[in-house]
Design a protein around this ligand. Structure first.
Ligand SMILES: Nc1ncnc2c1ncn2[C@@H]1O[C@H](COP(=O)(O)OP(=O)(O)O)[C@@H](O)[C@H]1O
Ligand SMILES: [Mg+2]
Length: 171
């Protein structure tokens, strides 16, 4: 009998909307089968000087690619994976979908998008390492633009995007 397809869980929400809290809960209840990846943590691992973690576009592109490959490896090893990033517009989601080309997976989305912007700003300002108001407002703006374009992060969109790129690819 075939092993069950791994499930790739995607969080979606503004910074401080509670994504990591939920993602860790998924890990806690996943019976050792579910593992979490996070760009924030990976960036910290790769670039932290101990005092700060610089953000710079070129390195970010490379960090995003490294994370996408990590998701592929983990899913290929049969683990479920929760990708704990904001995922507020397609460009933030596509690298992982592309990296999973040809690998059968199930998709699940965990939205934190009902948490109001003001609540996210307040919770962020309260935490040890705030992302900052400007970043959150910019992400919020890009998210609204994606919604206005008719996009939303659904399992249907993920399945279709994943399958379309899988077509004709032999691995
Ligand atoms: N449901 C909730 N109600 C109140 N505070 C919450 C809730 N979920 C998370 N928090 C708090 O909000 C802050 C951000 O949560 P976190 O899960 O790190 O968000 P994110 O990963 O989206 O940035 C943390 O201080 C956390 O303890
Ligand atoms: Mg987080």
């Amino acid at each position: 009998m075939n092993a069950p397809k791994p499930t790739v869980h995607l969080m979606q929400g503004l910074p401080a909307s509670g994504k990591t809290t939920i993602a860790r809960r998924l890990v806690a209840t996943g019976g050792g089968r579910l593992r979490r990846v996070s760009l924030d943590d990976l960036r910290h691992m790769l670039d932290s000087t101990g005092r700060e973690t610089p953000w710079e576009p070129e390195r970010e592109t490379s960090t995003v690619r490294a994370q996408a490959q990590m998701v592929r490896l983990l899913a290929g090893d049969g683990y479920d994976v929760v990708v704990d990033n904001t995922h507020l517009y397609p460009k933030q989601v596509l690298p992982v979908v592309h990296a999973l080309r040809g690998l059968p997976v199930e998709w699940r989305v965990h939205h934190r998008i009902s948490v109001p912007l003001e609540v996210c700003l307040a919770r962020d300002a309260d935490r040890q390492k705030p992302v900052g108001r400007d970043v959150i407002l910019r992400l919020h703006e890009r998210w609204l633009e994606a919604l206005a374009d008719g996009w939303s992060l659904t399992t249907g969109w993920l399945r279709e995007t994943h399958l379309n790129q899988t077509a004709g690819v032999a691995r």
